[in-house]
Structures are given as structure tokens and as C-alpha cells.
Design a protein around this ligand. Sequence first.
Ligand code: SF4
Length: 164
Amino acid sequence: MNSKILISSCLLGQKVRYDGEHCLQDHSRLAEWMKSGRTVFICPEMAGGLPTPRPPSEIQPGKTVNDIFAGSGKVLTIDGEDVTPQYLLGAQKALDLVQKHNIRVAILKARSPSCGSKQIYDGTHSKKLTDGMGTTAALLTQHGVKVFDESEIDLALDEAMSYK
Ligand code: SF4
């Protein structure tokens, strides 16, 4: 069984978050997958060309990720800079990776405007959450990848193991 998973780099301890920190997950089963070369990692925001640290960004208030894909919405930093192209490029690079490695399952960091799969911040930069996905999570989902977050690591690994 050689299934691989895609995982957010920050969940593996890489200091790629907007604030220069990481969100390392201490999870023995995940560590085994890493040791055996079955994890492929990416930070979509850095892959899209953004630096670390960087100003926090959110999808515009009232817009969804589908608006971003349709060109009728933007991802903006807290300073109002448009970083939509970098977010879209990072999502495409994540998609390229899953297609290259035939990946069906991803574990992506919750609540990120790139990686969030259930809720994201509402665009007001006031820590308020709203239902919705980030750009990378949405693009992968649209292409048949099952996206989990860091609270569902066992579930994600079980799912990945069901694929030959
Ligand atoms: Fe990068 Fe995603 Fe982690 Fe944000 S949540 S730092 S985009 S890997």
C-alpha cells in the first residue's frame, strides 16, 4: 500500500505561517507516514510567492472562494493589498502535486484562507469565522481530493489507506 497524502507544511513543523510560526502536530501515526515517505507537503501561500512572515490575509467580506475563482472576489491582506494571484498560484501548485503523486487525501490546516476546509475568517480581520473553504482546499476538493484538517488526522490516514 503506497498511498500518499498531501499535508500543510505548517502542520509538519515548518515555520511558514504568516506570523513566522508553525503548528506542528505531535501524532505518532502521522510521523510513521512521514518516515516512510508517504507525505507530500506544501505551504500554498509560500508556493504562490508570498514571504514569511507576511501580513494576514482573508477573503473579502461577503465573498466566497467561488467568487475568487470566478474573478469577482479577492483575497486581501489586512493592509488591503490584493494577494489573489498568489493564492490562486499556490492552489494550482498544490493541485499539480496531488496529480503528480496520485494523491486522494489531504490534511490541511483549519481556518486558513488557503487551507481551511470548513470555516475561514470572514474578511473583516476581526477573528470572526464563517462557513467556507480556503482557495487550496476548495480547488483540491473540486478535483476529487478529500480534505481533512488537523483534528481529523486518524480519519484522513484511514481514508488514504483505503486507496491502493
Ligand atoms: Fe501555509 Fe496553509 Fe499553513 Fe497557511 S495554513 S502556513 S498557507 S500551509
